[in-house]
Design a protein around this ligand. Structure first.
Ligand code: G3H
Ligand code: 13P
Ligand code: ZN
Length: 308
């Protein structure tokens, strides 16, 4: 099946009240894990590729692998550039088969973010490629952060409304208190749901939640049992994710949980079978662990059964 755009996948999700997972891919095993999870769950999936992933695997390898995966599976897939910051990389993704790109201008001032986002929209829309932008910064909300400090980095609903209208992006990533990586909260889990409600009331396009990994206890324990050192790792609980979806989030980005699943399985093989040196016997269990994690996410996001 031909690759879909995020616009196609996310408009269905928004209408259906579920979210599509965007899973970061850096190599063959991760891609195969995401696609086979989609097949098992009959769920769409977004294959997210960062600039770092492109640097690691090469653009041509990535596009070729994802195209082949898509040709061979009934799972609706899109190929999406995650956190695009470099206009040259964004352009080469648009010209070489990506069906969606993110322009991450969240570190810029509002007007500059709008200007660069408009540039990308103009470039991408000519080729039917979807665009996601980001407004607000992903930092997590610490207990000690004052209301005014919080206002400075979380997404302002009024600004989000203006940004979405003027840039004509297809999806908007917002900051409501999540952050990237395995250490999201020191104390209590806090997301600003009132802010999300107000943004969803003002903004029509699908909303995106980055930094949404759950750091599941079982996954963490397996990795730690076999030597990983991850003290204080903490993610977003499942019920918080479900609440975010019910309030309007239609795309959810997951990378950390895939990484943790992969290294837990690999560490287990390396620890239990020190005589093993066949990469397939080492990476295979890593691939299987990611598949299990992605299936769990698809059920949580409500996208299972939504691939027709
Ligand atoms: O949000 C970023 C993703 O986790 C990708 O990370 O830039 O290290 O590939 P990366
Ligand atoms: P996590 O680090 O929570 O998995 O977030 C990934 C992400 O937002 C990728 O864009
Ligand atoms: Zn992200």
């Amino acid at each position: 099946m031909a690759l879909r755009t995020n616009q196609e996948l996310l408009s269905l999700a928004k209408r259906g009240g579920y979210a599509v997972g965007a899973f970061n891919m850096n190599n063959l095993e991760i891609l195969q894990a995401i696609v086979s999870a989609g097949e098992a769950e009959k769920s769409p999936a977004i294959i997210a590729v960062s600039e770092g992933a492109i640097q690691y695997a090469g653009l041509a390898y990535i596009v070729s692998m994802v195209r082949i995966a898509s040709d061979q599976t009934p799972v609706p897939l899109s190929l999406h550039l995650d956190h695009g910051k470099d206009l040259d990389i964004i352009r080469s993704c648009v010209e070489n088969g990506f069906t969606s790109v993110m322009i991450d201008g969240s570190h810029l001032e509002f007007q500059e973010n709008m200007a660069i986002t408009k540039k990308v929209v103009e470039m991408a829309k000519k080729r039917g490629v979807s665009v996601e932008a980001e407004l607000g910064r992903l930092k997590g909300i610490e207990d000690k952060v004052s209301v005014s400090e919080r206002e400075a980095f979380l997404t302002d609903p009024q600004a989000a409304e203006e940004f979405a209208k003027k840039t004509e992006v297809d999806a908007l990533a917002i900051a409501i208190g999540t952050s990237h990586g395995a250490y999201k909260f020191k104390g209590e889990v806090k997301l600003d749901f009132e802010r999300l409600k107000e943004i969803a009331r003002r903004v029509d396009i699908p909303l995106v939640l980055h930094g949404a990994s759950g750091v599941p206890q079982a996954v963490l324990e397996r990795a730690e049992r076999f030597g990983a050192k991850l003290p204080g790792a903490k993610g977003i609980p499942d019920d918080t994710i479900q609440m975010a979806i019910s309030l309007g989030i239609a795309k959810i980005n997951i990378d950390t949980d895939l990484r943790l699943s992969f290294i837990g399985a690999i560490r287990e093989v390396l620890t239990n079978k020190p005589e093993e040196f066949d990469p397939r016997k080492i990476l295979g269990p890593g691939r299987e662990a990611i598949k299990q994690t992605v299936q769990t996410k698809m059920r949580l996001f409500g996208s299972s059964g939504k691939a027709i």
